[in-house]
Design a protein around this ligand. Sequence first.
Ligand code: ADP
Ligand code: ADP
Length: 225
Amino acid sequence: MIKMTDVSKVYTIGSESLYALNHANLQIEDGEFVSIVGPSGSGKSTLMNIIGCLDVADSGEYILDGQAIESYSERELARIRNRKIGFIFQNFNLLGRLSALENVELPLVYQNVRGKDRRARAQEALARVGLTDRLDHRPSELSGGQQQRVAIARAMVTRPALILADEPTGNLDHRTGLEIMALFHEMHAAGNTIVLITHDGDVAGQAKRSIHILDGCVTEREVHV
Ligand code: ADP
Ligand code: ADP
């Protein structure tokens, strides 16, 4: 699903060059549940932006689902993001004026899925995350855990090749965070490929495999077998 070879991202401030990502090598197979863990400033956002096709590397090769990413224009990258990746964020990033159902329908609007089909698929995705009785609620009428469930349904509704989650439990209390992690385990069991980015070692340890990042250097470490 993901293959990165010798990927670097360098920021230059004055005469100083800083490797936010330093010759990173990374391979993630179809159907894996992998965490990427590192402290603040280690390069997680930089790596996430490259994996998520929000940014391109300065050097090296990144292949996502068989496509070499660095050769694409901004417009094509947007298309790849929309078709291949489901994003989940710490702050949920739901639209406040839309209902739960409308938020989940939105990525399908961008894919030109028709009204009736779109609604049915959004309802099914919300049922999978246990929110059938909250379809017409707006984000402000939902708890943090429920809002994250809506965001997960929105990420899943396009059946993306990759689910990319950035600190998905960062704004949730411990118990709610565990419920969201349980949902990730269900999604993994259903065959989804999940990459979870976090600074929290306990959260990272729940994935099947953890990749560590420190000062832009990526190291693989098997946590669970
Ligand atoms: P993390 O997400 O783990 O906190 P980042 O990927 O945000 O780490 O940052 C990695 C390093 O790159 C840090 O030292 C950070 O200061 C630096 N950095 C990130 N973005 C920029 C930028 N736009 N300009 C300059 N330096 C940056
Ligand atoms: P089924 O056996 O009914 O086909 P699967 O669990 O195999 O169900 O999943 C079918 C599709 O639904 C898959 O493409 C998967 O990406 C998607 N899916 C899985 N889990 C969820 C979820 N929690 N929310 C929305 N869609 C999901």
